[in-house]
Design a protein around this ligand. Structure first.
Ligand SMILES: [Zn+2]
Length: 416
């Protein structure tokens, strides 16, 4: 790609692959492989600074809003930010995640803005790149924390009390990160200035591989939620406690994990996962006193999800009682199935002819914003079909095709 000049006169000549190469060393996880970039960690902070420097280089007005969302604005002439067209994604990752989930959307946004500037289009309308914090919920347990605070989907009191694995509250960590937790909460003025949000994301599946296409337009996001099950038994000595005398919550948890999988297999379209389990105290020669496990449950029909949750709640009670244990189950987050704006989807297809229209089983900030802003998504081919793993992949040519599709889409949206 040839060099282009930003509104501030700086020469900018980035490609998506080039931008991602700059951050390829940030937050590598030597134990899990891939990247661990939890919100407000040193690597995530470094990535945010990286984004800020790129945005400033392009003459964009950078600010962090009161919910910790980074914005890089190109206002309309006269400084207006009304009816803004926004793109962007996130820079945090799951533990041991891939290089593209989040950063691909941010890097593509920078390149798309370069291309719009080079073509000298869309300048009469406000546009911005947004970077949302804690999209993965990998540190504080609630996904899309920034967009949920912005829209009021999550009460600030609840968000501030969330704790990370070290027992630090979101309030403490956010304050240490330079934010003012007392100012967290819905921001109707900011939301009201947004006309459209379009997020580009790596595909978290292999539909585009099978279809032989580089870019898709999103149709929907599968409804999904997270529940915490806390099992309590009796901690004791592994050698001196007879098998008949045990109240072992680990055994109840193990049986529950299998039964949840078996139940989900009987319900078409359901996806149930227990990917995290914490025994307390967690010693090899100690019967656990307590086990927390987290259930991730997804289904296109929200009523089916609710029925499954109730079934699992009853099942957990029975299995816990069998082992002489007690159990509680609480919802940590739930996002209903999202259908993106069909009219916007049709519009996007006019500039992306032949692009497949795909649903996804993964949650996104776009899904949270959808009830407040006209919202859509683009997906870029992932040759491995694997995501939330070091095996996640995007070929360089597809990354540039994605940025080109984003540019065409933004140009169209800015004209409307
Ligand atoms: Zn993501």
């Amino acid at each position: 790609m040839s060099a282009v000049t930003s509104p501030s006169g700086a020469v900018v000549a980035d490609t998506v692959a080039g931008l991602l190469a700059e951050i390829a060393g940030v937050g590598r996880d030597p134990v899990r492989g891939g990247y661990s970039r939890p919100v407000h960690s040193a690597p995530e902070t470094e990535l945010r600074e990286w984004f800020v420097s790129h945005a400033r280089r392009r003459g964009l007005e950078v600010e962090t809003d009161r919910n910790g969302i980074l914005w890089a604005w190109a206002p309309a002439p006269g400084g207006s930010r009304d009816r803004a067209v926004v793109t962007g994604s996130h820079l945090d990752s799951v533990p041991g995640g891939g290089a593209f989930d989040g950063p691909l959307g941010v890097a593509s946004a920078l390149v798309a803005f370069d291309q719009l500037a080079a073509r000298d289009v869309g300048g009469d309308r406000a546009r911005a790149i947004a970077v949302f914090p804690e999209e993965e919920g990998s540190r504080f347990g609630v996904a899309c924390l920034g967009s949920r605070l912005l829209t009021g989907a999550l009460a600030p009191e609840r968000a501030l009390a969330l704790k990370d694995a070290e027992g630090r509250t979101f309030a403490e960590v956010a304050r240490a990160g330079g934010l003012e937790p007392e100012r967290f909460g819905p921001d109707p003025t900011l939301l009201g200035s947004l006309d459209t949000f379009l997020e580009l994301h790596v595909e978290q599946g292999r539909s585009l591989v099978d279809l032989g296409r580089p870019v898709a337009v999103a149709s929907s996001i599968l409804g999904h939620g997270r529940w915490r099950l806390s099992l309590t038994g009796e901690g004791n000595h592994a050698g001196t406690t007879l098998m008949a005398d045990r109240r072992d919550p680990m055994v109840a948890a193990a049986r529950l994990v299998v039964r949840i999988r078996d139940l989900a297999r009987t319900v078409p379209g359901a996806r149930a996962t227990v990917g995290r389990l914490t025994p307390v105290p967690g010693g090899t020669n100690v019967i656990a006193s307590h086990v927390d496990l987290w259930l991730d449950l997804r289904h296109p029909e929200d009523g089916v999800t609710a029925a499954l949750v109730e079934e699992i709640r009853v099942m957990a009670g029975v299995l816990a009682a069998d082992e002489g244990c007690a159990v509680t189950m609480s919802e940590e987050s739930f996002s209903a199935t999202v259908d993106f704006d069909p009219a916007m989807r049709e519009e996007l297809l006019t500039v992306l002819p032949g692009a497949p229209v795909l649903g996804t089983g993964a949650g996104h900030d776009a899904g949270v914003l959808k009830d407040h802003v006209r919202t859509g998504m683009l997906f870029v081919r992932n040759p491995t079909g694997v995501s939330h793993s070091p095996a996640e992949m995007v070929e360089d040519a597809d990354a540039e095709a994605g940025a080109a599709a984003l540019t065409e889409s933004l140009e169209l949206l800015l004209r409307n």
